[in-house]
Design a protein around this ligand. Structure first.
Ligand SMILES: Cc1cc2nc3c(=O)[nH]c(=O)nc-3n(C[C@H](O)[C@H](O)[C@H](O)COP(=O)(O)OP(=O)(O)OC[C@H]3O[C@@H](n4cnc5c(N)ncnc54)[C@H](O)[C@@H]3O)c2cc1C
Length: 358
């Protein structure tokens, strides 16, 4: 007779309860459609599932990574030698919060675009410019998603997350999330927090903001002077559709790089060399420069293709990969773009896409 140690039995029970699978190919869980297998993989449908999954990984002394829709991820060709937790906590509740606002409490596994659609349908203001961004609610505070002049940090009231150091669920108010451009404490302290719920505060009354250049053009053409909430959402959807690749048919994670923030002196030097270069002053005095413009006009690399990887022909900040492309190819391509930008402008570009490797 063979005796199985109690600890192994516990682990076995846990992996059956949580349905922890082994060697699960990750390519189908990311919009890049690239990447090797996860050594362990599970879907978490509740906070208890998250706790148990993290305990499993701690026992095995392996790294943990949580994913949502995989739309901002590039997984290594070798896969992830740890536990991938796919967060699927559901539930959206609208709670009246007085005269001016409504709180929306949403499970981290809810689809972001569904939440925006529901909010706009109810006439709530604050997230309409963030329409049609792929991914989940849980990831929205991580990189502080943003588009068309808005960042989600402007609408977040509270984030609830598991602190994997203390194994306790904690709540962070907006200011405790340390939001900045495509950044937050959840990204900064990478891997420490697993978001389970996000509460957004949206306004009952307001004015939809269509002041972003592309939206001004859209409404100008249609001679609409004062667009409604629903019209702004529709405009964002249409402008995005015209400019960005559809991730259902392309391998992509949208913008691969962050728009750089450079100091005023550096911007002046670039302006002398490239008088047309656009720049947008930030509150801290730095200037945000659209990197897509630099890749296109300065580096002449819009639509550049190396092997299976290209910058998108309609938006140079977006990297697209053909079926069969590897993560190694994508990284090599991204490094080449970064090298060109550095050589021409002195700007050290940072990736926006997260790299899943262990
Ligand atoms: C075509 C396209 C267009 C895009 N356009 C935009 C855009 O306009 N603006 C923008 O900001 N982004 C954009 N993105 C990027 C992407 O949609 C966002 O970053 C989105 O928030 C990612 O959500 P996700 O659930 O897919 O996260 P994933 O890609 O699965 O994960 C991204 C990161 O978040 C972490 N994470 C995910 N869920 C959790 C959780 N519950 N708790 C803690 N950490 C978590 C992951 O560990 C990882 O580090 C675009 C992507 C594509 C493919």
């Amino acid at each position: 007779m063979t005796y199985i140690p109690i600890q192994s039995l516990d682990r076995l029970r846990l992996s059956i309860k949580m349905n922890i699978q082994e060697y699960v190919p990750l390519a189908k869980y990311t919009t890049f459609k690239i990447g090797g297998p996860a050594r362990y993989f599970c879907a978490a449908k509740s906070e208890d599932d998250i706790l148990e999954a993290v305990r499993f990984a701690k026992e095995k002394k392996i790294p943990v990574m949580v994913i949502g829709g995989g739309s901002n991820l590039l997984v290594s060709d070798a896969g992830f030698n740890g536990l991938i937790i796919r967060c699927g906590i559901k539930g959206i509740e609208f709670k009246d919060a007085g005269k001016r606002s409504v709180l929306i409490e949403a499970g981290a596994g809810e689809d972001w675009e569904d939440l925006v659609a529901q909010a706009v349908e109810r006439g709530l203001y604050g997230v309409e410019n963030l329409s049609a961004i792929p991914g989940t609610v849980g990831a929205s505070p991580v990189q502080n998603i943003g588009a068309y002049g808005f960042d989600v940090s402007g609408s977040i009231d509270m984030v609830r997350a598991l602190d994997t150091k203390t194994m306790k669920f904690v709540k962070f108010s907006n200011s405790e999330c340390n939001f900045s451009y495509r950044n937050s404490r959840f990204k900064h302290e990478k891997g420490r927090y697993i978001v389970s719920k996000v509460t957004y505060r949206l306004a009952k009354e307001g004015k939809a903001d269509a002041s972003y250049k592309d939206l001004v053009e859209y409404f100008g053409k249609r001679k609409i002077a004062d667009p409604t909430l629903k019209q702004v959402r529709q405009a964002v959807i249409e402008v995005r559709k015209a400019k960005l690749p559809d991730w259902r048919s392309w391998g992509t994670a949208g913008s691969f790089f962050k728009n750089p923030l450079i100091d005023a002196e550096h911007f002046k030097r670039l302006k002398r060399e490239y008088p047309e270069i656009p720049g947008f002053p930030e509150a801290d005095g730095r200037i945000k420069v659209p990197l897509g413009w630099i890749i296109d006009k300065v580096c002449n690399s819009k639509g550049l293709t190396i092997g299976n990887v290209s910058t998108y022909e309609k938006q140079a900040l977006v990297v697209v990969a053909k079926p069969g492309a590897t993560a190694t190819e994508v990284i090599g391509f991204a490094n080449e773009i970064m090298r060109r930008v550095k050589e021409k402008t002195g700007i050290q570009v940072e990736a926006e896409v997260e790299w899943a490797v262990a």
